[in-house]
Write a new protein. Sequence first.
Length: 222
Amino acid sequence: MVEPWFSATSPPGVSVHASRMFLDNALTPESIVRMDRDEGMRAVRQLASCRPHGIAYCCTASSIVQGLEYDRHLQHEVEQAAGVPATTATQSILEALRVLGVKRIAAASPYAEEIDRAEHAFFEAAGFEVVSSACLGIKDAFGLAAPTPREIYELALRAWKPGAEAMLITCLNLWSQTVIEQLETELRVPVVTSTQATFWRLLRIAGIDDRIPQYGRLLAEH
């Protein structure tokens, strides 16, 4: 999802370059950690060769299953290896929630319950309250990109509970940005997704401050 959408949505004059990390088809905490450790820095070094202005590590789950302290270390490690500002998916989400002034969230994910539970623990450790949630239970890594916009929208409505200050939809291989505007209109709260927040943070750390409409308050107003 990341490669086509980031490129298509970037402001004029901005290019997006990608390096891939191999992930086993079985989506488990163990396979995610293995991808991270075996593939991560190789991918960063490849990207550094094009001398980018910023790098985003585009896997929400790798930080979720390894914890907040690991996530902070990962962001620092990428910055040190590439010599440019960096962000992770989860650090992008945390910064987005802070900018929006949010503390209480409803969370939706495509993940299986084990990873979904780790997600709740991650955001609670970061100081946020997960007031309600729903997940799709997908255990096939390639299948993360399969849910349609309608299915993602319905997942978010299942996760929603009045009293939440924002709707969070995680996973960087989910087409979640397609439902942000509709959900913000209906729920009347900000909607933050892994895709949108990581793209927003990557642009900002690279010194690009263009506001981009159609993908929620975060990209349009901040």
